[in-house]
Ligand binder design. Structure first.
Ligand code: URA
Length: 432
């Protein structure tokens, strides 16, 4: 078999066999297939697509390119994956909430890249929190308290790790078969029985339209189901940032506000819906019962107590949370609107970029983010605002970053003269 022939076959729009896909994945993982041929095949897949069988084969071989986690010793394991967002703090709320309800969350998460945030960076903004547990520590913690979140190990789906980095620099990220197999290979390798996906659409997401996001969600749900997992997906809006706080420490603060029952809004709505769907699937109970249980876990304070237990178990100093003194950037600026109008939209990618420019994100994978940097939005979708009104507060440790971030944030704001009729639907579709 030659990789040249496989590239040529896909370039002509033909279907690849399981053996050909395995040959490519194994060859690329071990270095026999060079980057330029892998990039050519990815481009051919972007242009010609893949059918369901090919996507399943690609996922399966990428999943098996490294270690797979065996969680079978734990009952009722569940995982959730978001396709990437801005102000998306859901894992921080969902994990402890479900742990109080008998669902074991043994989860591997990623770091932020580009304009999107990552759960591991957010957790590391809590002083002392350790995101690198050994396999044994990880399993023991889940057995003891029902929740552990760690960084992805190098050996989990290494084919995807290499391919994703290659796609990032060869304009081959936005392809349904490549995104679906990339995400699902990691989720399947991580071992949970129940997997619920939060597939984002809109200006801050890979999928710009809800229809494309539904197609991606359907494809991933099918892959997982075919591999014997209980699958669900929510298609949710990233037309606006999900939470009001954006940036690592700031998102932990907002998650704590939700867990303490101090904050309502879109972020809480998505958390509750994701958690209820996971609970319903994992425990095989009706959705209304699942919603009641999730709401009760939060309203009773049990989810917040579990959050503190979890943070302490991974070495985090909970006094920063209990005493509301997680450190945020010492240089601040109010960003004011130059005009009157109704908030008809926000370019969410630009909001995420503004937060990155304050130091919260990485430009390259090796950058160390400023965990205390970010911004707090003071406006809501559809709201009427007036010239001179503060739309956000910026936070950073580097005063020199304020000007650029302010410009970027202002450029994200879309105002209209008349009230907005059609606001984006927060939860566009639930797939079970
Ligand atoms: N997230 C992933 O893990 N992979 C993709 O291809 C896109 C988003």
């Amino acid at each position: 078999m030659r990789i040249f022939d496989i590239i040529s076959k896909k370039r002509h729009g033909e279907k690849l066999s399981d053996e050909e896909i395995k040959f490519f994945v194994d060859g690329y993982t071990c270095g026999d297939v060079p980057d330029y041929q892998a990039a050519a095949l990815c481009m051919a897949i972007c242009c010609r697509g893949m059918d369901e069988e090919e996507v399943s084969a690609l996922t399966y071989h990428m999943m098996n390119s490294g270690d797979t986690v065996d969680l079978s010793a734990l009952p009722c394991t569940a995982d959730k994956h978001s396709t990437g967002g801005v102000g998306d703090l859901t894992s921080l709320v969902i994990a402890p909430t479900l742990a109080t309800l008998g669902v074991n969350i043994a989860k591997m998460s990623g770091r932020g890249l580009g304009h999107t945030g990552g759960t591991i960076d957010k957790l590391e903004s809590i002083p002392g929190f350790c995101t690198a547990l050994t396999g044994e520590q990880f399993m023991k913690q889940v057995r003891d308290i029902g929740v552990a979140i760690i960084g992805q190990t190098a050996d989990l789906a290494p084919a995807d790790k290499k391919l994703y980095a290659l796609r990032d620099v060869t304009a081959t990220v936005e392809s349904l078969p490549l995104i679906a197999s990339s995400i699902m290979s990691k989720k399947l390798a991580a071992g949970a029985e129940t997997i619920v996906l939060d597939v984002k659409y809109g200006s801050g997401a890979f999928m710009k339209t809800p229809e494309d996001a539904v197609n991606l969600a359907d494809a991933m749900v099918k892959i997982g189901r075919d591999m014997g997992r209980r699958m669900g997906a929510l298609v949710t809006s990233m037309e606006f940032p999900l939470g009001r706080k954006i940036g690592n420490t700031l998102e932990v603060i907002e998650a704590v506000e939700i867990l303490r029952g101090e904050l309502e809004g879109d972020a809480k709505t998505v958390c509750v819906n994701l958690a209820a769907n996971i609970l319903s699937l994992a425990k095989n109970i009706p959705m209304d019962e699942a919603f009641d249980a999730v709401n009760e876990a939060i309203n009773s304070g049990r989810a917040y107590e579990k959050f503190l237990t979890w943070i302490a178990a991974q070495g985090g100093d909970v006094s920063y949370i209990k005493e509301n003194r997680l450190p945020v950037g010492k240089f601040t600026r109010e960003v004011v609107s130059a005009n009157d109008g109704y908030v008809s939209g926000m370019d969410t990618e630009r909001v995420g970029l503004a937060s990155c420019m304050l130091g919260a994100g990485r430009v390259t994978k090796d950058d160390e983010p400023d965990l205390s940097a970010g911004l707090v939005l003071h406006i809501n979708p559809g709201e009427k605002i007036t010239a001179g009104q503060s739309i956000a507060t910026l936070y950073t440790s580097d005063e020199g970053k304020l000007d650029g971030a302010e410009k970027m944030l202002l450029s994200s704001l879309k105002l209209s003269d008349a009230p907005v009729e059609d606001m984006p639907t927060l939860i566009y579709k639930v797939i079970r």
